[in-house]
Design a protein around this ligand. Sequence first.
Ligand code: ATP
Length: 271
Amino acid sequence: MEAYEKIHRLYELIETKTVADLPGPYKVGVDLGTADVVLVVIDEAGNPVAGSMQWASVVKDGLVVDFRGAMVIVEALKAEVEARMGITLDKGATAIPPGTMGRNAMACGHVIAGAGLEPVCQVDEPVAAAMALGITHGIVVDIGGGTTGIAVLRKGELVFTADEPTGGTHVSLVLAGAYKISFEEAELLKRDLAQHRKIMPVILPVVEKMATVVKNMLVGQEEFDDYPVYVVGGTAYLQGFETEFGKAFGRQVHVPPHPLLVTPLGIAMFG
Ligand code: ATP
């Protein structure tokens, strides 16, 4: 299965709450995000087997702020997928934004351990995304809810990472201010595809700012100027995002299908 086909398949499995009839052994990945928690099960070849997600606010700017809440959600997602698959999942991988250090870096592992999954690996989020996309040469930008991380790969080797606290949360804050609605209402407005054309002019400065943040991360790294750029993470769902981000960034960028699911799929590949 090609990378984009795997992403489409994972989306279908999550939406329909079904399981792919593929033999084990299986690998598990858990993405503890600012806006959502996603659990993905794949087979040895990286084909999606099952998945589940829940919107949540247990992480802020990439850091776990509600340990118990996060654990309860992972436990619930695990139990749901186990019931669907008829097996017990016992280990899994997690991810953190690049540059997360010390106890903060260990928190994700503790959360999944508390939920009954032995943590086997903790990977940088954009590195996981690159893995899911099968990229060995290029720049992966992961724009999530609270963080924007980048990973640069050269001939399969990770040569540069960076992370800044900006993401979809800032888009929602701007929408909440502009339309005088709550943050929660702004989140729902933003996730409604039918509203994207209307809201783009309002949020354009935020998208441009994100592009500038990423551009600044790459200052002094001119050797990467001709590397292909892929943008993943839920914020890249916004219609027109690819074009507007690319314009402000000064380079063409590629947004894969279901950009929110790319990193979670990649995390499972390290499980
Ligand atoms: P982080 O990696 O920063 O901790 P995360 O893992 O929760 O955060 P993602 O799941 O990649 O990040 O993306 C979440 C963001 O994507 C949220 O801000 C959410 O509102 C936004 N988002 C999700 N779906 C859509 C959509 N259809 N249109 C626009 N934005 C969306």
